[in-house]
Design a protein around this ligand. Sequence first.
Ligand SMILES: Cc1cc2nc3c(=O)[nH]c(=O)nc-3n(C[C@H](O)[C@H](O)[C@H](O)COP(=O)(O)OP(=O)(O)OC[C@H]3O[C@@H](n4cnc5c(N)ncnc54)[C@H](O)[C@@H]3O)c2cc1C
Length: 388
Amino acid sequence: MTYRVLVVGGGVIGAATACFLAARHGLRATVLERDPTYRQASSALSASSIRQQFSCEINVRLSQASLDFYRRIGDELAVDGHRPDIGLTERGYLFLATAAGLDVLRANHAVQRACGASVILLQPSALQARLPWLDVDGIAAGSLGEAGEGWFDGYSVLQAFRRKAIALGAVFERASVERVECTGNRVAAVVCADGRRFDADALLIAAGAWSAPLAEQLGFDLPVRARKRDVFVLASPAELPGCPLVIDPGGVWFRPEGRGFIAGCPPRGDDIDDAPLEQIDHGLFEEVIWPALAHRVPAFAALRVTGAWAGYYEYNTFDQNGIVGRLPGCANAFVGCGFSGHGIQQAPAVARGLAELLALGGYESLDLSPLSPQRIIDRRPLLERNVI
Ligand SMILES: Cc1cc2nc3c(=O)[nH]c(=O)nc-3n(C[C@H](O)[C@H](O)[C@H](O)COP(=O)(O)OP(=O)(O)OC[C@H]3O[C@@H](n4cnc5c(N)ncnc54)[C@H](O)[C@@H]3O)c2cc1C
């Protein structure tokens, strides 16, 4: 008898879990993905940046372990001599704080240092000396990652996990899961839109922003919603030597991308569910992002928007952290979603843990129990203060 693991969702979390299940535990999962072109998948629309600057220890640890994997991804996910290149660029993050945000910046810094993160706090004069193109007006301090932070090509990561998983025996089926069937407190099968039925010994819900309706069928109210985030592509003749990913105190962020930059910020007004991805809020750039960029980097005066895209954060309205583990009330259903803007950087460590949980019944490498869905029932939020 083989142990049949079904994964709903072939984004980075589902594909990476299938990959670790095969590579480390000899289990060939079946991954059900409704759209193999990944047109709306967050993993294909991500800003794909990685940092250690979180307020929760578990997030720092997840990103450290994942960074370690990303540095070795060419070896780890090579298939037939083809070594994936994800363009990992380690240039750091810079969180800027006004006087009002200084206590939080310092408290976060203490958590990060205790985890061994290479992060330093800089006074405005030191910031100015390091990054002469930065205007430090109104800034009380900045927290700069000196190593272990940066960005990469998220779509290449997704494809690399998918290719390796398939090479190791995982099966990816084009299928849209509609119904989850249970016998007692166990998932028995899922039924797809085209009528196909897949039997399961274990089910992993890794359907990103669309995970909640599946969990609902198992009696669990997953607080995960599709929240649109716009990213603007910028051309600028500005030379910003050593430019990290910069987060202004108001939430506007920017970073280099190719020969230009990308930028974004949280939405204006209500953060509504399921806003159409085609409707980019260009007013957000004009009224919020552009003034912040021009203030912080005077050399951006000649900046032009050359493109924009939007994707969904699989936003956890309860505490903005990943929800990872067995679903309470169901013996063989598991979940990995809700990362609220930090999922692709944590995918390797999350997927490695999920594969351990599915195959061995517990975590071996990194204890992910702080992210368990049980905390939602217990009303014990694990609040992450650094959500971008
Ligand atoms: C604009 C933007 C910027 C971001 N920036 C960063 C960043 O800088 N750093 C970072 O770490 N993270 C970032 N993120 C978040 C990150 O991209 C996500 O956390 C991560 O990609 C989630 O992966 P996933 O596999 O859970 O979801 P997805 O990639 O969305 O995959 C879920 C898959 O499930 C499939 N699916 C859904 N329902 C069903 C069903 N019923 N049946 C079959 N298939 C189904 C979907 O088609 C989809 O392909 C960003 C996200 C966005 C949108």
